[in-house]
Design a protein around this ligand. Structure first.
Ligand SMILES: *Cc1c(COP(=O)(O)O)cnc(C)c1O
Length: 356
């Protein structure tokens, strides 16, 4: 048990999203936020919940100059019986500590972070939307706050959790997306930060996203940073394929983000008796499987969209269409099962959820 977290309630409660009205993803924030500071020699101190509001920070704060910043993303769901589910939150905080370690940010107590998340979500529970595809997106993050110019790890940090009631990531429903295989820029290299959710990874990926968007593609599929030959992942999703009836996905190699949705898909496939292969998969092998129709499904996995089918892949001059641009049975089953467990519509046989 942890001591109660001090709460200073907002003096200006905001208008909550109106049920039935469109709810954009990640644009509105709830009334409160969680804050905790780190001071060298004292550790993580002064946990508190306050009104969601701008805060003061020095222009010289190291995060602005040297990019010591990591984040996580998870969701809370309103169940039909009125309870609130979190989906595997401890895995998010374990991963955040892996990101922290790589960026020389002091570790956080994972169980305390789960507790703080529950307390904050519980306080702002009226903000959790319950429409189709809607949930409360939870964004924990850590930034370096030392007012100092010079490259070294910061001595002070701030950890915060903010909450965004959000609609479906793709408001038009789960329609297959078109993906551009990036053969120029790379996202991550061996020994780099690919396995972390550090802010810099996303800054450096924007240019490829931008080019893909201009060409009419929704997302980029990244290849490995060394040979630009092996498939890694999509912008903010892992990628999974069904080839010869097997679930095939790139093995975690240090440059791929170890997604919790990816892990849940693998566990689900195994529990259903489906063969799973985590391996080094080259783009040539994938194109070949596509041409010979052995590739029957492709889909991204991530917290935001859960499952996002891929209808078309473009690599150099080759375009392959997958499953006639329709969602396939495996993607649909994974989507229905994972979202069903998340929203409390299906029994959680896997122990994935915890109640707030
Ligand atoms: C967050 C993220 C994922 C998906 O991880 P989940 O835990 O499933 O949300 C995959 N790739 C990248 C690059 C990410 O940032």
């Amino acid at each position: 048990m942890y001591p109660a977290i001090p709460v200073t309630m907002t003096k200006n409660p905001k208008q909550k999203p109106v049920p039935g009205q469109p709810l954009p993803f990640g644009q509105n924030f709830t009334d409160h936020m969680f804050i905790m500071d780190y001071v060298e020699g004292q550790g993580w101190i002064n946990p508190r919940i306050e009104a969601y509001a701008p805060f003061l920070i020095e222009p010289s704060a190291m995060v602005f100059h040297y990019g010591q910043a990591v984040f996580e993303g998870l969701k809370a769901y309103r169940c039909p019986d009125g309870t609130i589910n979190l989906f595997r939150p401890r895995l998010n905080y374990e991963r955040m500590n892996n990101s922290d370690e790589r960026l020389v940010i002091p570790a956080l107590d994972e169980d305390f972070c789960v507790y703080a998340t529950k307390e904050l979500v519980s306080l702002d529970r009226e903000w959790i939307p319950s429409g189709e595809g809607e949930s409360l997106y939870i964004r924990p993050f850590v930034i370096a706050t030392d007012p100092y110019l010079g490259v070294r790890p910061s001595y002070t940090y701030r950890f915060m959790i903010i909450l965004a009631p959000s609609g479906a990531y793709y408001p038009q429903g789960i329609n297959p997306v078109k993906i551009y295989v990036e053969d120029n820029y790379v996202r991550a290299v061996r020994g780099g930060t690919g396995f972390t959710k550090c802010a810099g990874n996303y800054a450096s990926s924007l240019i490829a996203q931008d080019i893909a968007h201009k060409k009419g593609y929704v997302q980029v599929l990244w290849l490995d940073g060394i040979e630009q030959k092996y498939i890694e992942e999509v912008g903010s999703m892992n990628i999974l394929f069904v080839i010869d009836g097997k679930l095939v996905t790139p093995a975690l190699n240090g440059s791929i983000l170890p997604g919790i949705t990816r892990r849940s898909c693998i566990e689900l496939a195994k529990s259903l008796g489906m063969e799973v292969e985590e391996k080094r998969l080259s783009i040539d092998e994938l194109i070949e499987a596509g041409k010979s129709k052995r590739l029957t499904e492709a889909f991204g996995s991530g917290t935001a969209a859960v499952i996002s089918p891929v209808g078309e892949l473009k690599y150099e001059d080759t375009v392959i269409t997958i499953n006639d641009n329709k969602i396939g049975p495996v993607a649909q089953l994974f989507y229905d099962t994972i979202t069903g467990v998340q929203k409390g519509l299906l029994e959680d046989k896997y122990g994935w959820t915890i109640k707030v």
